[in-house]
Design a protein around this ligand. Structure first.
Ligand SMILES: Nc1nc2c(ncn2[C@@H]2O[C@H](COP(=O)(O)OP(=O)(O)O)[C@@H](O)[C@H]2O)c(=O)[nH]1
Ligand SMILES: [Mg+2]
Length: 468
């Protein structure tokens, strides 16, 4: 009798709790989203077995029983390719997973034994289940939020202002073509499509060259919009606010009006739906940043990343008057920002890496604190590809990294020091940074499990409170 009562009470408490969490992972291309999600799923599935998760209390205390993949609810979203990613990592030789291009989703049931303390001590011993919905989507899509505040003319002007000399050189083909256009002339479909393709091409080369602050985001990662006419627009250079009256009086079929209509369509039917149908429903979010990659790419790319991140982070500014709150009332209640690939530097550099990340995001972080969004900054390696080794160099003990290059050559290296604040001129002149891609460790080299750095700390911040 008492036992049934206890159980019923327990069930009641269980039902009252928050049993479901939607966690989203984002970051610009190659920031490490696929690696992060793959590792996250692996670590949870292998909790209590091979996975080392000492910084996640539920795992440390042996209460985390494991995780299973289950069918997701939203059939319109592709499934995150976990098996393919693991297969790549376990291949001989191991490979990094293929890049993904759009949004994907994976649902996990996490089983754990609730902590028994406080008021309900001794009540029932049943395990509980947390349903964790994981989403992976391109950070480039968040670069489009500011588009909602623009009309075509103001956006064209803004885009022109961001074209640095190097970016102009990369967009040369497009600039040549667009230069010949008369905004008042009748639009020719084929011609606009061809020029739009040159524009997209210019954005893609800029990204190849390490630039990040690029718009519109779907031109880089079209998802399922590849080749769709809604992507066939581009800014018109040389427009001026003084021309507004004249431009807006142009006939419907003019080039200006056609491009302006497409721009508007893109805002309404591409940018808004993402926020409305996906973003608004995320509970928690982690933003991944490849700080070390940007450090390696030099001052201009580094500053460009900083601008892109400032734009991207606007999507998390829930201040009452922010564009986002007015339009979509999102509900993210916890945010993590992480510098990825920390295994590219020796462990004593990790504190500097976090400090640099915080410096890079100083302005957005200030806004987020003001808006009272709980935020944690950390550094991590989703899939550690190096080993730390002590060596004696000129009589001194130093730590270096040992890893295998993508070509399969064993290397021993000290990649350099990470500056704890935004690097100034002398940093770039003096040292730079020697960043080198490593192949994932082979089974022999890594042993059981998938080695990581602070995945458990990230998990604790993102879901730990739901496992108590
Ligand atoms: N050494 C190391 N490299 C990583 C790690 N995570 C990602 N990478 C590298 O970064 C590349 C891009 O990562 P990926 O997860 O595909 O980025 P995404 O475009 O954000 O999904 C990978 O192919 C790896 O070369 C990590 O934890 N350690
Ligand atoms: Mg990916």
């Amino acid at each position: 009798m008492r036992r049934t009562l206890a159980r019923e009470l327990n069930n009641l408490i269980e039902r009252g709790r928050d049993r479901q969490l939607r966690l989203a992972v984002t970051g610009l291309s190659r920031a490490g989203k696929t690696a992060f999600l793959t590792s996250l799923v692996y670590q949870l599935r292998h909790a209590g077995l091979e996975a080392r998760l000492d910084l996640l209390p539920a795992a440390r205390d042996g209460r985390l029983l494991g995780a299973q993949r289950v069918a997701q609810k939203d059939l319109g979203v592709p499934r995150f390719p976990y098996d393919q990613a693991m297969a790549a990592l376990e291949a001989t030789p191991p490979r990094w997973p293929e890049p993904t291009r759009g949004i994907s989703e994976l649902r996990l049931h996490i089983r754990y034994r609730p902590e028994r303390n406080g008021l309900f001590k001794g009540l029932g011993s049943d395990s509980a289940t947390l349903t964790l919905d994981l989403f992976d989507y391109p950070g480039e899509w968040l670069l489009d939020l500011p588009l909602l505040e623009h009309d075509y003319l103001s956006w064209s002007r803004r885009q022109q202002a961001t074209l640095s000399p190097e970016r102009r050189a990369l967009a040369k083909d497009w600039l040549e073509a667009v230069d010949r256009l008369d905004p008042a002339a009748d639009a020719d479909e084929a011609e606009l499509a061809a020029i739009a393709e040159r524009y997209a091409e210019g954005l893609r080369s800029a990204r190849e060259e390490g630039f990040s602050d690029l718009q519109p985001g779907r031109f880089l990662l079209p998802g399922d919009l590849e080749g769709a006419p809604v992507l066939q627009f581009f800014p018109l250079p040389g427009l001026d606010e003084d021309d507004r009256r004249r431009l807006e009086a142009l006939p419907e079929q003019s080039i200006y009006q056609t491009l302006a209509r497409r721009f508007d369509h893109y805002r309404q039917h591409v940018v808004k739906p993402f926020y409305r149908e996906h973003f608004r429903r995320f509970d928690r979010q982690i933003v991944l940043v490849d700080v070390l990659g940007a450090l390696n790419a030099g001052p201009e790319r580094f500053e460009d990343l900083s601008r892109a991140l400032a734009t991207l982070m606007q999507s998390f500014d829930y201040g009452q008057r922010s564009l986002l709150s007015r339009l979509f009332s999102p509900r993210i209640d916890r945010l993590a920002i992480a510098a990825t690939k920390a295994d590219h530097v020796t462990p004593e550099q990790h504190a500097n890496l976090v400090a640099l990340l915080e410096a890079l995001l100083a302005e957005p972080i200030k806004d987020l604190r003001f808006a009272d969004v709980p935020l944690s900054a950390l550094s991590l390696a989703s899939i550690r590809a190096t080993q730390v080794q002590a060596v004696k160099h000129q009589g001194k003990h130093e730590t270096v990294l040992r890893g295998m290059t993508l070509k399969g050559e064993e290397t021993l290296m000290f990649p350099g020091e990470v500056p704890p604040r935004l690097p100034r001129h002398d940093f770039w002149a003096r040292q730079g940074f020697a960043f080198q891609a490593f192949r994932p460790l082979s089974r022999d080299a890594r042993g059981e499990g998938l080695p990581h750095i602070r995945m458990d700390a990230a998990l604790d911040w993102l879901i730990g409170d739901k496992l108590t």
